[in-house]
Design a protein around this ligand. Structure first.
Ligand code: ACO
Length: 430
């Protein structure tokens, strides 16, 4: 039997080290380099973690070559078809689908945690009215640790569970209030008779002065968007939450770090950038000009909503989003010229040599903005909605990290290429 190891030889010294291979359920095996520094005195070098597995995980699996996404083993297409966001939250956190009684009890718990401390309301008035709602999210989510310190023992499973439930439950309220504050509109409290997505839409759009009914098509579409964003293994924001949480920081602090990482246009901020890009393109006739710009390495323009570190195939979430665009626009009787531009842009890009060679396909953010626009959600709130959906992924990955038998503070090494050691020269002698 050949040994399940990789041998690495330093040709300059002839010293060798045998490194164990670890195999998972699906996907590429990994080489365990834990002893590399001890045995060979070297680190590995992998900027951007292109070939580095940072942890073992049982939560989400992606096959980027085939366009497969599984939450706890269940294909995203089946969950999108038959499940809903709160059931997926249960699945991601507890690792299995709930019974009817467990589901009802979970929904009840989340529903009864949706209110936020009245003191937190005062935080909003400290922000500039023109602040981006993601700026408000980073601040208010971090501030939760100042209000909910009764269950912050990260080594107590019950405390972790309550904090996770609070984050999942309160995120839509915090998010909707960020929007209301920016408009100078009254904050709307959560309503316990409404579902998760319905409640968010009600807090976004209703007024105390008149009755408001949430359109069920809009609620179902939003719920689907949340479900599709619920987790995506070790992406930038999730890795940020794990890294921040690995210092034993409290979950609200760790998740607010994740909100910050998500905000960037190369990650969750892409949904907002896609719509801005489609508006700039303006018409189908202008597409070739922008495709040319995307080819030019000297031009910083990129086709937003295209490309992915892991998917070298159509992102399965984008395929669901694309289909949903047709359904939602039709059901809500909305005609959006940006959808026409997006469809044509995709068609041209998928036949274009530059995109074909680099295996660049639409990602989840390419079509999500079209749906959100149809629901009347302002562009600045797109990444905020991603934040609501991804919260369960962040807390589930944080919990997994804290309960791992390999739990360690995250602390990457580096290749130092700065000045060699030198002596300080006093100011008067320089
Ligand atoms: N438009 C034009 N060219 C692109 C694009 C794009 N959207 N994406 C990648 N490329 C090119 C790069 O210029 C590079 O070309 P080169 O080999 O000639 O230098 C090649 O494709 C590989 O790209 P990298 O940036 O090295 O790939 P990486 O895996 O590091 O980046 C990323 C992935 C950040 C998602 C990238 O594809 C991108 O910037 N896309 C646009 C932003 C976006 O949509 N982000 C959302 C991602 S999904 C999510 O986070 C929810």
């Amino acid at each position: 039997m050949p040994k399940d190891t990789v041998t690495l030889t330093d040709n300059s010294t002839g010293k060798s080290v045998e490194l164990p291979i670890r195999r998972g359920t699906h996907g590429p095996a990994v080489v365990d380099i834990g002893n590399l520094y001890k045995d060979l005195g070297m680190f590995t070098y992998d900027p951007g973690f292109v070939a580095t597995a940072s942890c073992r995980s049982t939560i989400t699996y992606i096959d980027g070559e085939k366009g497969v996404l599984l939450y706890r083993g269940y294909p995203i297409e089946q969950l999108a078809e038959g499940s809903n966001h709160l059931e997926v939250c249960y699945l991601l956190w507890y690792g299995r689908l709930p019974s009817k009684a467990e589901y009802d009890s979970f929904v009840d718990t989340i529903t009864h945690h949706t209110m936020i401390h009245e003191g937190l309301k005062d935080f909003y008035s400290g922000f500039h009215r023109g602040a981006h709602p993601m700026a408000v999210m980073v601040g208010v989510v971090g501030a939760l640790s100042a209000f909910y310190h009764d269950f912050l023992d990260i080594n107590d499973p019950m405390h972790r569970e309550v904090s996770a439930q609070r984050l999942i439950a309160k995120m839509p309220t915090i998010a909707a209030w960020a929007h209301r504050y920016s408009r100078g509109q009254p904050f709307i409290y959560p309503q316990n008779h409404l579902g998760y997505a319905e409640n968010f839409l009600n807090m976004m759009f209703s007024f105390p002065s008149e009755p408001y009914t949430v359109n069920p098509v809009a609620a179902r579409a939003l719920d689907l968007i949340l479900l599709l964003h619920a987790d995506h293994e070790q992406n930038a924001s999730t890795s940020t939450v794990r890294l921040a949480g690995s210092s034993d920081a409290n979950p609200f602090a760790a998740v607010s770090a994740g909100v910050g990482a998500l905000w960037g246009p190369l990650h969750g901020g892409a949904s907002e950038s896609v719509v801005n890009m489609l508006k700039t393109i303006g018409s189908v006739a202008n597409i070739p000009k922008f495709i040319e710009r995307a080819h030019d390495p000297k031009d910083t323009f990129r086709l937003m909503g295209f490309g992915h570190r892991v998917y070298k195939h159509y992102d399965p979430r984008a395929a669901i989003m694309r289909r949903t665009c047709y359904d939602v626009l039709k059901a809500l009787n909305v005609s959006d010229p940006l959808f026409e531009i997006a469809l044509k842009l995709e068609e041209i890009a998928l036949k274009d040599d530059y995109f074909v060679q680099r295996k660049l396909y639409p990602n989840v953010d390419f079509y999500s903005g079209i749906i959100l626009r149809a629901l009347g959600i302002p562009t600045s709130m797109f990444t905020v909605i991603f934040t609501i959906g991804r919260t369960v992924g962040w807390v589930s990955q944080w919990n997994e990290m804290l309960t791992s038998d390999e739990r360690k503070i995250g602390r990457p090494r580096q290749l130092y290429v700065g000045a060699p050691q030198r002596d300080y020269v006093p100011l008067e002698k320089r």
